[in-house]
Design a protein around this ligand. Structure first.
Ligand SMILES: O=P(O)(O)OC[C@H]1O[C@H](OP(=O)(O)OP(=O)(O)O)[C@H](O)[C@@H]1O
Ligand code: HPA
Length: 181
């Protein structure tokens, strides 16, 4: 295990099981629909690439880069910035927004409002992690991987100051990592 990690919250085995379950649900629900999966960079990249291997129907995907935490922030700045927009039109598409984590809900709330103005046929959300105790904006998550307690997590795409995204599990950092920065 990485020496900066205090504890593992979601193991590789649990991640694999969640991806398989979510992929099977999406496969059943989107039969005959050719959905557009929208990956919210950067955190959701690893999750989406694993998830779609279990979605056994024709689909398309695109990427949007959105950020509100940035740098050494472990709480949202509340300022959800679009850094890179989609290349694909959403008009009449069945959109599946793919997120790594829903925390306050600010990011997804903002994205749903934006996507509604682009005339999607339907908009659903799949989030690998959910921290329900931190919610400020109510957002309905259609497909949820794992619920976690109120702790700042890293790994499986998620970062602290751009580090730890490549860990294959989700963990909590040792307190000294924050205090020595
Ligand atoms: O529900 P919220 O409080 O809005 O938090 C969730 C958002 O925060 C993270 O993104 P971040 O801004 O850290 O960008 P990143 O994915 O590039 O790391 C995460 O990937 C979600 O998009
Ligand atoms: O716990 C978290 N870790 C990493 N990024 C995040 N963005 C919202 N919550 C988190």
């Amino acid at each position: 295990m990485n020496p900066d990690i205090e504890k593992v919250l979601v193991s590789e085995e649990e991640i694999a099981a969640a991806n398989k379950r979510l992929g099977q649900q999406l496969t059943a629900d989107y039969q005959g629909k050719n959905p557009l999966f929208v990956c919210i960079l950067r955190g959701a990249a690893m999750f989406m690439m694993d998830l779609i291997k279990h979605v056994d129907i024709p689909l398309e995907y695109d990427f949007m880069d959105v950020s509100s935490y940035g740098g050494e922030n472990t709480v949202t700045t509340g300022d959800v910035r679009i850094i890179k927009d989609l290349d694909t039109s959403l008009r009449d598409r069945d959109v599946v927004i793919v997120e790594d984590i829903i925390d306050t809900g600010y990011t997804l709330d903002r994205l749903i409002e934006l996507f509604k103005t682009r005339h999607a046929n339907s908009i659903k959300i799949v989030s690998f992690l959910d921290k329900p105790s931190r919610r400020i904006k109510h957002v309905h998550v259609d497909y949820n991987g794992v619920k976690i307690p109120d702790e700042f997590v890293v790994g499986y795409g998620m970062d602290y100051d751009e580090r730890y995204r490549n860990l294959p599990y989700v963990g909590v950092l040792k307190q000294e990592i924050y205090s020595t920065k």
